[in-house]
Write a protein that binds this ligand. Structure first.
Ligand SMILES: C[S@@+](CC[C@H](N)C(=O)[O-])C[C@H]1O[C@@H](n2cnc3c(N)ncnc32)[C@H](O)[C@@H]1O
Length: 205
């Protein structure tokens, strides 16, 4: 990782992903989480204030040291134990069937081998375990998709490998998840190419 992605990008994400519009989606996606949870792409812990009391422990997986440090106040403010337990969602250091639930917010766009990361999540989730997700990806409308394909190369360069055209729902179902809840929408106050969001709960079969 270079200086920009190591030092600058985590700070940009910490501010840009804390708007009112984004925080209300964090509240929604965290609803119903319970038990032992693995969060991939933990970032600076912007979801921590929304973990329900029913969550007993969180294993945070995050490669960026700066992101982890920026989240220290949020982690200190919750009674829920949170441990940085891994650095890469593509290779999770946990035994099979370890977690009741998983959480991923705006991370599936960035992990290089997302199919591998989803395989890993299924492996470490208990049978019937759930993945709560809110992710941006391939838009439902063709004209927006055209712009996403045009802008993806520059977006990836500027935002640490962030893809615009990943088909979130297809990736989840291809990995063996079943969609229990799904809402697809354009995020308010965001350009459509960047804010084509899917929020829901996927169950591991
Ligand atoms: C757009 S940020 C979102 C951060 C956080 N989930 C949030 O909602 O604020 C994408 C995150 O994915 C992390 N990331 C990148 N590659 C990863 C990998 N291979 N495994 C896990 N996380 C990764 C980045 O460090 C960054 O924190």
């Amino acid at each position: 990782m270079g200086l920009y992605s190591e030092q600058v990008l985590p700070r940009i994400v910490n501010v840009a992903c804390a708007s009112k519009v984004v925080m209300s989606q964090r509240r929604r996606v965290c609803e119903g989480l319970a038990g032992e949870v693995v969060e991939i792409g933990f970032g600076s812990g912007l979801n921590v204030p929304f973990y329900p009391h029913a969550v007993t422990r969180v294993a945070a997986v995050e490669p960026a040291d700066v992101g982890w440090k920026l989240g220290s106040k949020r982690r200190d403010a919750t009674p829920i134990p949170i441990e940085r337990s891994g650095l890469d969602g593509q290779s999770l250091p946990f035994p099979d069937d370890s977690f009741d639930a998983a959480l991923s917010t705006w991370t599936m766009c960035t992990i290089p081998d997302i199919a591998a990361a989803l395989r890993e999540l299924r492996r470490v989730l208990k049978p019937g375990g759930v993945l709560h997700f809110v992710e941006h990806g391939l838009a439902p409308d063709e004209d927006v998709r055209r712009w996403q394909h045009r802008l993806e190369p520059i977006n990836k360069r500027l935002l640490g490998g962030c893809h615009l055209t990943r088909p979130v729902v297809d990736l989840l179902t291809d990995a063996g998840f079943t969609l229990a809840e799904l809402d697809v929408y354009y995020e308010k106050r965001s350009p459509k190419f960047l804010g084509a969001n899917s929020l829901g709960v996927a169950q591991s079969r």
